[in-house]
Design a protein around this ligand. Structure first.
Ligand SMILES: [Zn+2]
Length: 361
């Protein structure tokens, strides 16, 4: 059964959040951040004390430094404009959207603008990206590269006879980041191709409760070109020394055993998807299948500036799929309230943008 249809996915619903009071929603935030102790740390000076509570403003004044703070001060939801209820609904709708959460859904549901919805979803994705578990993967690890963003458009002149050319324009993304003049000659496509990025995924294989193999932990990186010198240090960082790495015959993976000393098995994708010994990299392929469908179907394109966040989002969706909705909700809210204000989306409405890309050269 798909995880969204299981009973544990129905224990917390949008309807439940919509029917509780704003006070109760605030209480969910407060408990998630400060717990049930009367004493907790001031976000400014970190001194643990019983800080003075101003009930009417739902704020505290630090006993040590007089800093006045709310339940979201200094967290990823710093400077929030929305009510606690709307934030919780945004969070739950994000968690429940198995195929990706498009903020277009939010204006009609919550009466907020698209931009507000987008930046709040963005803050959640950024937290997921920043708190990704980078402990080295063990056992069998499937790896692969996905070329994404910068999708070329069909040319003005229809070349019906040349299916190879059309196929290249629409599907093949494997040209180098310096575009091939023969397959993508139009100036606008040459510009678009500069936005192409590559997602490197490493996915750890695990035996599920139902006896089938799936993946239970995923690490993603964004890279600019599929080259050994970029990929090898990342694999070295993300994979434990005793792991078995499985990949296809992509030339960037050639040096895994000679350079890193890892056991490396490969499947030749021009012949088969799994060889006689069971070697495959299907967990990496299915991860890419989900993010590609979201790119086309849910998001209608992903900006390269936020690609690292979207890749982390799909890693999170994969890795948390066997948790119940309550567990996922509590876990993600705690992660949000433990992070500092968002780099990419704090002040987004005032025109602040992330001045760099999370991308390995
Ligand atoms: Zn203080």
């Amino acid at each position: 059964m798909h995880y969204t249809r299981q009973k544990v996915s129905r224990l917390l619903t949008l309807l439940m959040l919509a029917t509780i009071t704003e006070e109760e929603c605030w209480e969910i935030f407060r408990r998630s951040r400060f717990g049930d102790e009367a004493e907790f740390a001031c976000p400014e000076c970190k001194v643990v004390d019983k800080h003075g509570f101003i009930k009417t403003r739902r704020q505290w004044t630090c006993k040590n430094c007089d800093y006045r703070f709310s339940v979201t001060s200094g967290t990823a939801f710093h400077h929030r404009k929305l009510s606690f209820k709307k934030l919780l609904i945004i969070l739950l709708s994000f968690i429940n959207a198995a195929q990706g959460a498009n903020a277009n859904f939010l204006p009609s549901q919550l009466g907020i603008t698209y931009k507000t919805g987008f930046l709040n979803y963005g803050k959640i994705r950024e937290v997921i990206f920043e708190t990704m578990n980078h402990e080295p993967l063990t056992g069998i690890v499937h790896t692969d590269c996905l070329h994404i963003c910068g999708k070329p458009r069909r040319s003005n002149v229809r070349k019906s006879s040349d299916s190879f050319v059309i196929n290249n324009k629409l599907r093949a993304r494997k040209d180098g980041i310096v575009p091939d003049q023969k397959t993508h000659p139009e100036p606008w496509n040459l510009e678009k191709l500069k936005n192409r990025r590559i997602v490197l995924v490493m996915s750890q294989l695990a035996l599920n409760d139902d006896g089938a193999y799936g993946s239970n932990r995923t690490i993603t990186y964004i890279i600019r070109s599929e080259k050994s010198q970029v990929i090898l240090p990342l694999i070295n960082k993300a994979v434990s020394n005793d792991a078995i790495v499985m990949s296809d015959f992509g030339s960037a993976f050639n040096m895994i055993t000679p350079a890193l000393g890892l056991t490396h098995l490969r499947v030749n994708h021009s012949v088969q998807y799994q060889d006689e010994l069971g070697v495959n990299n299907n967990q990496a392929e299915s991860f890419f299948s989900r993010i590609r469908r979201a790119e086309y179907g849910t998001y209608n394109g992903i900006s390269k500036n936020y690609l690292a966040f979207y890749a982390a989002e799909f890693a999170y969706r994969n890795d948390s799929k066997y948790e119940g909705v309550n567990e996922r909700f509590d876990n993600l809210l705690t992660r949000i309230l433990k992070r500092e204000p968002s780099k990419a989306f704090c002040g987004y409405s005032q025109g602040n943008r992330l001045g760099f890309e999370y991308c390995h050269e």
